[in-house]
Write a protein that binds this ligand. Structure first.
Ligand SMILES: [Zn+2]
Ligand SMILES: [Zn+2]
Length: 279
């Protein structure tokens, strides 16, 4: 015998979950705590309204209509159930549930970023889109697209391609455009010493290009930001050569300008929402 979490004796509306649990509620409460629940077409006298959500989901949702002393914590829910609650909260416009479920979804970043992103886009929640995109912006496309609804595939690829070019493309182009004398006998800031422009030696050039290539595999903006804070040049990419005499281990004179290009590109990146509007 399933129990009924909300069972008011003077209820004027009965709602039955997909798994057969009945909730006896007050239309007045539903109307004052939700935007579109149960809806004007739902009968109020004696008839039972059948909803497609499971009892567990409705029980959590109705906590935000009938506050309880010991509510079920959203953080204790399995992720799939939390997503069902989130979906139902949006569908029935249970506004008191929205902030709590959004906070709880954020606690499931980064591992659930694609699901959270899909939900945030579907319901147009810019804050959640922004937070989730921090984690999926640099994820390998093929892996990510398997987890996203198909209609998001094209905007996501366009977003990622543009972002990657504005970050790593710009950094690479900057390095390649620095005056470069040739590989041997050169050192950084030799040609342009005393001027405001910079030049680069062969060893630092190879090292910095390899560093940018490794940053491209960061996987997320969060990881990328951390890597920028403490640049580490992998010795095996330096092919046995050290940075030039003007530069020191992990500290090429050209590095600050390159870090700034990458940081500015992250800050100025076009948001995912730009690409969604063109669909
Ligand atoms: Zn150098
Ligand atoms: Zn250097």
């Amino acid at each position: 015998m399933p129990h009924t979490p909300v069972d008011a004796p003077d209820a004027d509306i009965t709602i039955q979950s997909s798994d057969g649990v009945k909730f006896h509620l007050h239309r007045k409460n539903l109307e004052s705590h939700t935007g579109s629940f149960p809806g004007a077409d739902v009968p109020t006298h004696g008839e039972t309204t059948h909803l497609p959500e499971r009892a567990k989901v409705l029980e959590v949702l109705f906590q935000f209509v009938y506050p309880r002393r010991h509510p079920i914590s959203l953080r204790e829910l399995e992720f799939a159930t939390l997503m069902e609650v989130a979906e139902a909260a949006e569908k029935y416009e249970v506004w008191y549930a929205v902030k709590p479920y959004e906070d709880c979804l954020i606690s499931h970043l980064p591992e659930r970023a694609p699901d959270i992103m899909a939900h945030a886009i579907k319901h147009d929640i810019p804050d959640l889109i922004g937070k989730a995109s921090q984690y999926i912006a640099l994820q390998p496309s093929a892996e990510l697209l398997k987890k996203l609804p198909t209609h998001l595939a094209v905007p996501m690829v366009e977003y990622q391609t543009t972002l990657r070019d504005s970050i790593f493309g710009a950094a690479t182009r900057y390095i390649e455009a620095l005056p470069y004398e040739g590989f041997y006998g050169s050192y950084c800031n030799k040609l342009t010493k005393g001027t405001c422009s910079a030049d680069i030696c062969g060893s630092c050039r190879v090292t910095l290009l390899a560093w940018i290539a490794r940053l491209e595999k960061s996987g997320s903006i969060v990881v990328l930001r951390a890597a920028l804070k403490t640049p580490v040049f992998d010795e095996k990419h330096q092919q046995g050569r050290e940075l030039c005499s003007n530069c020191r281990e992990n500290n090429c004179q050209n590095l600050p300008a390159i870090v700034k290009i990458v940081e500015d590109a992250i800050e100025g990146a076009r948001p995912l929402s730009d690409f969604l509007q063109t669909k």
